[in-house]
Design a protein around this ligand. Structure first.
Ligand code: SF4
Ligand SMILES: [Zn+2]
Length: 128
């Protein structure tokens, strides 16, 4: 399971869900990875996703990144996220049923408005 020392609450749960999806994706696409964990490039993506979650201006109330009007990911990371979700989303139900259902429910929530300019969740930490 993906471990984070930066995140808590909903952000940590989302990071673990992303971690589970990355593991499924990496196992199928990068078979030469070390026996434990994910390959270097997938780990790089996970570290990037962790930082984005930590800095998400919506904080604990964040929408699913898929519907976010900010789209804070760099284009190539956004593309990798899309590939991982497309491949692993349908394959999550058996190994991680609760995560899969929560993810599907989050995807059905309406897109939020844009947050105020320059806001980071760091200012919300004390509230969460
Ligand atoms: S700003 Fe949007 S894309 Fe970036 S982490 Fe938050 S919800 Fe996801
Ligand atoms: Zn990989």
């Amino acid at each position: 399971m993906a471990v984070s020392e930066l995140l808590s609450g909903k952000l940590l749960y989302e990071f673990r869900t992303i971690g589970a999806m990355v593991e499924i994706y990496c196992r199928a696409h990068h078979p030469l990875k070390p026996s434990k964990g994910v390959c270097v490039s997938c780990q790089e993506f996970l570290t990037y996703a962790e930082t984005r979650l930590d800095r998400c201006p919506y904080g604990q109330g964040k929408p699913t990144c898929n519907k976010c009007p900010v789209h804070c990911y760099k284009p190539h990371m956004k593309q990798k996220a899309r590939e991982i979700m497309l491949y692993s989303g349908p394959r999550m139900l058996l190994p991680h049923p609760i995560m899969a259902i929560k993810h599907l429910l989050a995807e059905r929530q309406p897109a939020p408005g844009k947050p105020p300019e320059g806001v980071s969740n760091r200012h919300l930490r004390k509230l969460s």
